[in-house]
Design a protein around this ligand. Structure first.
Ligand code: F6P
Length: 360
């Protein structure tokens, strides 16, 4: 029997979205026969599902996309907390998404995205739609999977940034404070910092003490190393900020004029030590470009697993990596949770064992 499969990519893009789409589509054609599969591409994430921006895709639409960064479907952030609000334009988003699903006669909906996407995917699943999730994010913070596609490519890109910063930091005896994406979870900073040989790593899960950071820089200088590399997650904060409510924190930062953590850390180091401290923000470069070989393989495995779930009509799940095996978790188990770095975990302990300071 013919199956109509809707696919959308939601939230911040990352390398590997197209490779995953290709993996699902190819495996669906292979498992169920080309003539039994119709793919409906939904533009710009849940926004396209709400607005009925959908189109019937041809097999040729998926040619040559394995290596392509970004997403051929377009992506957008449609915050979960607003999904159930009927706003000024009187759009009942949940009802509209269900309408679009029905109008296109979909047998299932594949949602490729991160934590926010998984919340909405679960909501739609609870509303009776056949939903399957696929874990995407450079933050690697989706509960229940040890890895999400996009993460390792971002680690490679961030490591390349730190490698390049290393040589110039050394030449000029500067303190370089590199800001790595990740607001809530510090996985990307931790991996990039270890791979790039950062001297200090600051992540949201381990609030730092600025005095300890300054001490770590001074210790290096006292041993003749006049440069330091500090990898800082964009969501890292010091112990004083960590004890504050979000509103208070935002206000304090605005008043100080240093809105980013990297700016604050660099300023304090320069004031305290007299060494020149500079900031580097690779920003969205971490999300751009072609997926690494690792991510292409992972995306293909995840995609192929999603196809088997469709074939078995096993809905309400999201694909995951458990140990070395591809697995799946219930959307209801994953939604509303975040996978944080364990401050006592293997990566942090390893970094500490080689002398990396976490500023605590
Ligand atoms: O979720 C991925 C991510 O890149 C985070 O690391 C970052 O905090 C956020 O997206 C930035 O989002 P935007 O591109 O919408 O500013």
């Amino acid at each position: 029997m013919k199956k109509r499969i809707g696919i959308l990519t939601s939230g911040g893009d990352c390398p590997g979205l197209n490779a995953t789409i290709r993996g699902v589509v190819k495996a669906c054609y292979q498992l169920m026969g080309d003539e039994n599969v119709e793919i409906i591409g939904i533009s710009d994430g849940f926004y396209g599902l709400i607005r009925n921006h959908c189109k019937l895709m041809k097999p040729s639409d998926f040619y040559g996309i394995l290596t392509l960064g970004g997403t051929i479907l377009g992506s957008r952030r449609t915050p979960y907390k607003k999904m159930q609000l009927v706003e000024e334009d009187n759009v009942d988003k949940v009802a509209q998404m269900k309408n679009t699903y029905g109008e296109w006669g979909l047998d299932c909906l594949l949602t490729l995205g991160g934590n926010g996407t998984h919340k909405t995917a679960n909501l739609l699943s609870e509303e009776g739609l056949n939903v399957i999730g696929l874990p995407k994010t450079i933050d690697n913070d989706i509960w229940g999977t040890s890895v999400s596609f996009g993460f390792h490519t971002a680690v490679d890109t961030g490591t390349d940034v730190i490698d390049r910063i290393h040589t110039t930091a050394h030449s000029h005896s500067r303190i370089m404070v590199v800001e790595i994406m990740g607001n809530k979870a510090g996985w990307l900073t931790l991996y990039t910092g270890i791979a790039g040989g950062a001297d200090i790593i600051l992540i949201p899960e381990i609030p730092f003490n600025m005095d300890r950071v300054v001490e770590a820089v001074s210790r290096r200088a006292n041993s003749g190393k006049y440069f330091s590399i500090i990898a800082v997650a964009e969501g890292a904060m010091d112990i004083t900020e960590a004890a504050m409510k979000k509103k208070e924190r935002v206000q304090k930062r605005a008043e100080s004029g240093e809105v980013t953590v990297t700016a604050r850390v660099a300023k304090r180091i320069q004031e305290a030590t007299g060494y020149e401290a500079r900031t580097v923000v690779p920003g969205h470069m971490l999300r751009g470009g072609s997926p690494s070989a690792y991510d292409r393989v992972l995306a293909t495995k995840f995609g192929a697993r999603a196809a088997t779930l469709i074939q078995k009509e096993k809905f309400g799940f999201t694909v995951a990596m458990a140990g070395d095996e591809i697995a799946e978790n219930r959307l209801s188990d994953v939604a509303m949770k975040t996978r944080f770095v364990d401050a006592e975990g293997m990566e942090v302990v390893t970094a500490r064992n080689i002398g990396v300071s976490f500023g605590d």
